[in-house]
Design a binder for this molecule. Sequence first.
Ligand code: FES
Ligand code: FES
Length: 183
Amino acid sequence: MTAESRSIEVTVNGRGRTIDVLAHHTLLEVLRDDLGLTGTKECCLVGECGACTVLVDDVSVDSCLMLGVEADGASITTVEGLAVGERLHPLQQAFLDTGAAQCGFCIPGQLVSAAALLAETPHPTRAEIEEGLAGNLCRCAGYEQIIEAVALAANRGTSAAVARPVPVGVDVASTPDANVAPQ
Ligand code: FES
Ligand code: FES
């Protein structure tokens, strides 16, 4: 540990991690650069696009706006934590079934925000879906299919367990990156 770094303890996708992070690094940098979880995307870096959305203690946050050291002690769920091994999360399956992913860049953030929404509101109205995903921009303008996918997952009975992390013991590093976006 250097003078500029701090050791933090976090649970990421169900797995406890102790890592040294640079004091000025964002949670997004910690996830992508220190932990290699590149499913969380880096885009605007000013809290406008939602590409970097993760759950911190079950609350969706823009990880580009939070310092890594601020996550000390928190439980974090990234898009890699939605699928369980080879089994896609119901939202991921619904996104595939509706063709919601075009270039795919925004999809990890959309999925995480949608998971947070369905955990809170298992059967959202269209207006509630729109509001729940309002912070996630899609430059391919695939909003209709994304809304349709979230509604489909809800109709299939996706429950409050949607935001569950990968069980402890699952090696995230060897878990396939289930998102469909480029790195
Ligand atoms: S990269 Fe964080 S909101 Fe755009
Ligand atoms: S699918 Fe391309 S930015 Fe959303």
